[in-house]
Structures are given as C-alpha cells and as structure tokens.
Design a protein around this ligand. Sequence first.
Ligand SMILES: [Zn+2]
Length: 119
Amino acid sequence: MAYCANCGTQLSDTASTCPSCGHPQQVVAVAVPRTDSQAIAALILGIAGLVFCPLIPSVIAIIVGNQARMRIADDPTIRGDEIARAGVILGWVGVSIVLAGIVFAVAGFAFSFGWFHLR
Ligand SMILES: [Zn+2]
C-alpha cells in the first residue's frame, strides 16, 4: 500500500494522483515500464491470422510488429520487443500458410484440368 508523498493519505497502488490533494504519484508511474501497444496488437493480429481469418491480419501483424520493434529500439523505456517479434514471426507463418495453400490450390486445379501431363 502506498502513501501520498505530499499529504500522507493512503492510496491504492494503481492511483495516478492523490484523491485528497491531487499530488501526482510519479514513483508509481516510473516504476511501471510501458509495453508498446502496437507490439501487443501485432501479436494478437499474428494469432488472428492463424486462427480466425487468413492473410490480412498476418500482413498487418508484420507491418505493425516491425514498426513497434523500430520504436522499441529507439526508446529503452518501452518494452515488448519479444512480443512484437513473436507477432512478426506469426505473421510470416500465416502468410506462408496462405501462399502454400495458393500453390497447392493452383497445382490441384492445374492437374484436374490436365495442364500437366504425367507420363
Ligand atoms: Zn495527497
């Protein structure tokens, strides 16, 4: 449990300002490292591209994840590089599955229409 540095009022751990005097609780704000929201979005999109609908979330996951990784590399106070990287990897996996599916579908059509002659 935290106490206000200004007036000593007991505070909840999540309070950003003192409810009694309005003094900002800077110690709490600094102690919680930020995880990049786009890194989390990239991971969610990467999973969505594999589970819910193909290709589009995967492509967005790669773009958003790479943007997040660049921002995280620039700012050491932002965390989530491994989350963003996982999103990018899942995005590429999703794209690879779609591309493999297209190749198999085209090959299947090609064989069924007799474009290839097996001898
Ligand atoms: Zn206070």
